[in-house]
Design a binder for this molecule. Structure first.
Ligand SMILES: Nc1ncnc2c1ncn2[C@@H]1O[C@H](COP(=O)(O)OP(=O)(O)OP(=O)(O)O)[C@@H](O)[C@H]1O
Ligand SMILES: [Mg+2]
Length: 421
């Protein structure tokens, strides 16, 4: 189960790493694209300005009209996808040469324009000034198709796009290796910590047993013992019981966390639940709580008897601890599709909405819990969740304060669930 958590962290790390890398590459590609497109346009504008300046000299004023000479090679213009247009001061077209002629209306105000409708054309407008008296005679408009420039930009886009995809694929492969390298020491130290918890809990058992048995012997023969000492011994007995419970829980958690699967076999959940409800009937009656069941006939899961018993014990015991006198606890077992669903419902004190996400945390207890059950350590639900996960199931909780709680365990149905009893 821990392995799964580490895998999820590794996956999240990889995704964030790739997202950061993709955004850096994307920003870089956009910047390159903008600079390259700008420099190509600038280059084109410069070329058209030079061409226009040449065309200015081929225009002259003759008999009060603007005349255009023919020293511009039309063949050259056509070959380069360019065109020239001469306008008088009123913007009337006087002459034009070349093939890519713009349909944009003449404007003396804009020196550089782009015709965006197809074919896309870049235009540069220059004034024609008389060399004799510096009077303005008209305008010349040089234009060139943007087809070649757009093709170049498209090639660049493809190049950048495929470069980014390749880089992301390679860095994805590298990222998998890197995140594995980064996670393995963390995973190792986590496993060592788990092993330490398991070993420490295991080693604590014997001295605890010794304390417990010595105290119970002392309490068995209270003659000659001062009453105050008897009270102290009783307190030691209760504390050592609590510690024994805690070490057992820690040991169990460390064991269920291990990657190795527990010994599993087909188990009838109905039987386990029936036995448990019978076992806790007396405790329920003492607290005047109605403990009821509603179980499917026989329902098999593939699992570990001891662990599954522990799982439902924790849920039933919680329901009994956190339900007040006169309340009701129900254990229901049903089947849906390929799953078995066990609901443990109570009419107890409930859990506040802001605490719902924390109930499965290790050592977490609601502040008021001590008022209902002093001996708790806050490991019961963490153990329950760990067991459910090692059986490839899910556990969820719904609750409302002072109304009750509703724990749902969903486990995969054993494939050969028609097993005879
Ligand atoms: N059925 C329930 N109704 C109300 N509160 C609950 C219920 N079950 C659990 N809780 C809350 O969740 C906390 C954690 O439960 P958990 O079983 O993990 O620990 P615990 O019962 O306090 O101690 P223990 O380790 O002995 O089980 C409880 O202290 C209690 O606040
Ligand atoms: Mg509990």
């Amino acid at each position: 189960m821990v392995r799964l958590v580490f895998k999820q962290i590794q996956y999240r790390l990889l995704v964030s790493y790739l997202a950061v890398f993709a955004s850096i590459l994307g920003t870089f590609a956009i910047a390159v694209r903008i600079v390259y497109a700008h420099s190509l346009r600038q280059q084109l504008t410069n070329e058209l300005t030079t061409l226009g300046q040449g065309a200015v000299t081929s225009a002259e004023f003759d008999h009060g009209r603007l005349q255009v000479g023919n020293d511009i090679s039309v063949q050259d213009l056509i070959a380069r996808g360019q065109a020239m247009q001469w306008f008088d001061l009123r913007g009337q077209l006087i002459a034009q040469q070349g093939k890519t002629i713009s349909t944009l209306p003449f404007s003396s105000l804009e020196t550089s324009q782009i015709q965006s409708s197809s074919p896309r054309i870049q235009l540069v407008t220059l004034p024609i000034v008389s060399s004799n008296n510096q009077h303005q005679l008209g305008y010349v408009r040089a234009s060139q198709s943007l087809e070649e420039l757009d093709e170049n930009l498209q090639k660049l886009d493809w190049g950048l796009g495929s470069g980014i995809v390749m880089a992301l694929m390679l860095s994805g492969i590298g990222g998998v290796w890197l995140t594995r390298q980064a996670m393995s020491p963390i995973e190792e130290s986590f496993q060592r910590l788990k092993q330490f918890t398991a070993d420490a809990s295991h080693e604590l058992r014997n001295p605890l047993m010794a304390i417990k048995s010595n105290v119970s012997v002392a309490l068995k023969y209270p003659d000659g013992m001062r009453p105050i000492d008897a009270e102290k011994f009783a307190a030691i007995a209760s504390a050592s019981d609590q510690m024994a419970h805690l070490t057992e829980d820690l040991l169990l958690l460390a064991r269920t966390d291990k990657a190795t699967k527990p010994e599993q076999q087909p188990i009838d959940l109905t039987e386990i639940l029936e036995r448990l409800v019978e076992l806790y009937q007396l405790q329920a009656q003492t607290k005047q709580i109605t403990l009821q069941t509603n179980l499917a006939q026989s329902a098999y899961v593939f699992g570990d008897v001891a662990q599954l018993t522990r799982l439902f014990t924790n849920l039933i015991v919680n329901a009994l601890h956190y339900t007040l006198k006169g309340g009701r606890v129900e254990v229901n077992l049903s089947r849906t599709g390929q799953s078995l669903i066990v609901d443990v419902t109570d009419t107890g004190v409930g859990i506040a909405p802001e605490h719902l996400a924390r109930v499965f945390d290790r050592f977490w207890r609601a502040d008021q819990s001590r008022a209902y059950w002093k001996g708790g350590s806050g490991l019961g639900l963490a153990i329950a969740q760990s067991i459910v996960q090692s059986h490839r199931g899910t556990i969820t909780v719904k609750s409302q304060i002072n109304v009750g709680s509703y724990f749902t365990v969903r486990l995969p149905l054993f494939a050969g669930s028609t097993c005879p009893k």
